[in-house]
Design a protein around this ligand. Structure first.
Ligand SMILES: Cc1cc2nc3c(=O)[nH]c(=O)nc-3n(C[C@H](O)[C@H](O)[C@H](O)COP(=O)(O)OP(=O)(O)OC[C@H]3O[C@@H](n4cnc5c(N)ncnc54)[C@H](O)[C@@H]3O)c2cc1C
Length: 432
């Protein structure tokens, strides 16, 4: 086992979310002895399994896309086969009101051309406007003004009607978890570049057929342990103190290097204890956050959706997923509300009642659900606003690096940005 040259006990990773586990897997692969400290009793952070009344659910419905290159690579590395664990669907935006766009399995741009021209309830002029928009972005090498919002970009390119309300706005809110008026146009364009105009498979939607824990966190922890590392659950790191050649955690164990892989609000509490990290700290302190609400409704087994994922419009819920078609209990639906909005004023009971009404309007007569559960993540992601300063993995302190979906990246707060930052942090540590 490498000890990173200081004779201390390898590397500590603080946080067992997808970023921390990606860092730990990468360090373990390099032969570094790694210890992961996780405050809670479960792995996975914001993308974890939760058990409610004996039913395994996710703390929030997640969707991956084919462009999540590093997440898929790391899943394979730890023995979690994406082909088996994820349902791969060609890009499809299907709404209860009849709007339907589906990309055939053809190379770009034929897949998009065919999807747009063949979409139901999308005017021919809107399909052409969409192609003009993507061509114009490509001509500009997918660079837009850093302070531009996604809404302004769409306005400037005359993206209106169903094209806007059924395609671009929902894609932006789902990917950036930020309303278009406040969302960074540049990050949205990066997502479009890699998701829509890259290799054909990049635009595929990948929906888990199992719980989030089995997708990566559990096999990643097993991988770390099999490579001589340790995972310490239920261990809150309250203090990181620096001494020549290393760091002491909670006034106890000493390590030659540390990856701080907590969510931004918790990372800030640790960074404030260390000198010379003002820049990273002030970037984190300037973050605003956006919620995501997932409302699970267990209907009788006979209830199902016409597709694994269905768009809703005109109400508070944006998407509904049929967990029964995704390896979960039959009749279990998961309605998702991304980003902040008026729904935040509602109680859980009022939210559930509103979503029941929206589902009935979309699907026709429905019996009452047997049970329901609302899971609200108030700080699901940072608000992905224009020209947002995000801290780099490298810090001013040698041997101390940051990882997390919020770290400097071309992507919004997603599993892929978390995983990429974990890999980058582990690599940076090797170079430090
Ligand atoms: C409801 C919801 C839906 C989402 N949907 C999608 C989606 O569809 N697609 C997508 O790509 N992304 C989605 N995301 C975003 C994605 O889940 C996050 O970007 C990603 O999980 C962040 O991972 P992370 O490792 O950076 O941080 P976290 O998951 O927050 O991990 C940090 C970990 O550190 C631990 N910790 C904190 N402080 C300490 C401490 N002092 N000591 C020890 N441990 C500590 C925490 O307990 C946590 O486990 C969604 C998020 C939510 C909440």
């Amino acid at each position: 086992m490498a000890d990173l040259g200081h004779g201390l006990s390898g590397a500590a990773v603080v946080g067992a979310g997808w970023a921390g586990l990606a860092a730990a897997v990468t360090l373990a692969e390099q032969g570094v002895r790694v210890t992961v400290f996780e405050a809670s009793r479960s792995l996975g952070g914001r993308a974890r399994r939760v058990s409610i009344d004996g039913v395994d659910l996710d703390n929030g419905q997640h969707v991956l896309i084919g462009a999540y290159r590093e997440t898929l690579r790391l899943m394979r590395q730890v023995g979690a086969d994406p082909e088996e664990l994820l349902l791969r669907l060609p890009l499809e935006l299907r709404y209860a009101d009849g709007f339907h766009l589906r990309a055939p399995r053809l190379p770009y741009p034929l897949n998009l051309l065919s999807a747009l021209l063949g979409a139901r309830r999308l005017a021919f002029s809107e399909a052409l406007a969409a192609m003009r928009f993507l061509i114009s972005l490509r001509v500009r090498k997918f660079r837009v003004l850093p302070d531009c919002s996604a809404a302004r970009l769409l306005d400037e390119h005359s993206q209106s009607g169903a094209l806007r309300t059924r395609v671009w706005e929902p894609l932006c809110v789902s990917a950036l978890n930020t309303p278009v008026e406040r969302a960074s146009a540049q990050i949205f364009v990066n997502v479009l570049r890699d998701g829509l105009t890259g290799a054909r498979k990049a635009s595929d939607l990948l929906v888990a057929r199992t719980d989030l824990g089995r997708l990566f966190p559990q096999p990643a922890a097993e991988y770390v342990k099999a490579h001589g590392g340790a995972i310490e659950l239920g261990t809150l790191v309250r203090r990181i103190a620096r001494f020549p050649g290393g760091f002491r955690l909670n006034d106890a164990q000493a390590f030659s290097s540390v990856v701080i892989a907590c969510g931004p609000q918790h990372a800030g509490q640790l960074l404030v204890q260390l000198p010379a990290l003002d820049e990273a700290l002030s970037a984190i302190n300037a973050f605003a956050y956006e919620p995501i609400v997932t409302c699970y409704l267990q209907y009788p087994e006979s209830v199902s959706l016409p597709a694994p994922m269905l768009g809703l419009s005109g109400g508070i819920a944006q998407w509904v997923f049929d967990r029964g078609r995704l390896g979960g209990p039959k009749g279990l639906l998961a309605a998702v509300i991304s980003a902040s909005g008026a729904h935040e004023e509602l109680t859980k009971e009022e939210l559930t009642a509103r979503i029941e009404i929206e589902l009935k309007a979309a699907l026709g007569t429905l019996p009452s659900p047997q049970w329901s559960q609302v899971i609200t993540e108030k700080r699901a992601t940072f608000s992905c606003t224009p020209a947002l300063a995000r801290p780099e993995a490298f810090t001013a302190i040698s041997g101390l690096v940051l990882a997390g979906d919020y770290a400097a990246s071309e992507y919004p707060g997603t599993l892929e940005s978390a995983v990429r930052s974990g890999i980058a942090a582990a690599t940076a540590m090797g170079e430090n």
